[in-house]
Design a protein around this ligand. Structure first.
Ligand code: AMP
Length: 291
């Protein structure tokens, strides 16, 4: 595996590969890699000639300085894991490499997110999605992949990136991989390693609450499903921030099951001071194009 730290060098290397007709797949991450990330690397390796993974803890998407500071950084282990997966290239830039001029927005597009960023993660993490759009746009510009791989785990994130790709007519195909879970159902996350033993033991309740919502979708009104889930999740050290049933097309809350063909339950739950998110598709259109 080749390791690049400099934007210019990576950019010109990949330009040569593209000229020779090689298809490039790209997996952007913030590191502290686990099976969720590696499943995307594997999917990319299957579909493309060259797989690029980036490890970059993007400061502009953190609204909490302590969360940024405590975000796990395990680059040596990440390198081992990526090499074992035969990932072709790792891009591990510094912050100044991605944002060379502090006053510059890093080439962030002016983009109307049409309300996709107003609820759920957007409402609770001000500025988060502007930061995500900024960094993914910048990374796509540097890497120039044919396919971009993202996880369903961050449902609102990939929906917003899909919107960005569509609106800006970016020449890249978004591929979404399913959420990879621990044996007890907890969605894998780099943040899981910071959970206390007690919080780790309770955390599978998040997936259980999502499964219960899926089970009840035809049985109870939406309002009752949400209330029940919030109650289930309100068990110390867990504390739910939101549990929403949204229309997967536009992320607006649904009032009834019949109102759309695409319903996703999305939740954010605090486990002590660690914030975990998860989601489950409860109703899916037959022609869903991202999966
Ligand atoms: P992160 O490093 O958390 O920014 O995640 C990088 C990419 O991996 C994003 O596209 C995530 O959606 C994806 N990802 C993170 N956790 C999982 C998981 N448990 N299953 C599938 N994809 C994941």
């Amino acid at each position: 595996m080749l390791l690049f730290k400099q934007t210019e060098k990576l950019n010109s290397y990949l330009a040569r590969e593209r000229k020779q007709g090689r298809k490039i797949g790209f997996v952007p991450t913030m590191g502290a890699l686990h099976e969720g990330h590696l499943s995307l690397v594997r999917a990319s390796r299957q579909d493309n000639d060259l797989t690029v993974c980036s490890v970059f803890v993007n400061p502009t998407q953190f609204n909490d300085a302590e969360d940024l500071q405590k975000y796990p950084r395990t680059i040596e282990r990440d390198i081992e894991l990526l090499a074992a997966e035969n990932c072709d290239l790792l891009f591990w830039p510094t912050v100044s490499e991605i944002y060379p001029d502090e006053a510059d927005s890093g080439g962030a597009p002016v983009l109307d997110l049409e309300g996709l960023d107003e609820r759920m993660e957007g409402a609770h993490r001000p500025g988060h999605f502007q930061g995500v759009v900024q960094v993914v746009h910048r990374l796509l510009d540097i890497v120039g992949p044919h396919r971009l791989y993202m996880g369903q785990k961050d449902f609102q994130q990939f929906t917003i990136i899909r919107h960005m790709i569509d609106r800006l007519h970016l020449p890249v195909k978004l591929v979404v991989g399913p959420t990879v879970r621990e044996a007890d159902g907890l969605a894998m996350s780099s943040r899981n390693r910071r959970l206390s033993a007690e919080a780790r033991q309770m955390a599978p309740r998040i997936y259980q609450a999502l499964l219960h919502a899926a089970d009840q979708i035809e049985e109870q009104p939406v309002k009752a499903i949400k209330e029940e889930a919030l109650n289930k999740l309100n068990t110390p050290p867990l504390r739910p921030e939101y549990f929403e049933l949204v229309d997967g097309h536009n992320l607006k809350p649904v009032q009834s099951v019949e109102s759309t063909d695409y319903i996703v339950a999305c939740t954010a739950v605090w486990a002590d001071d660690i914030r975990l998110i998860d989601n489950l598709i409860l109703k899916k259109p037959e022609d869903l194009r991202t999966f």
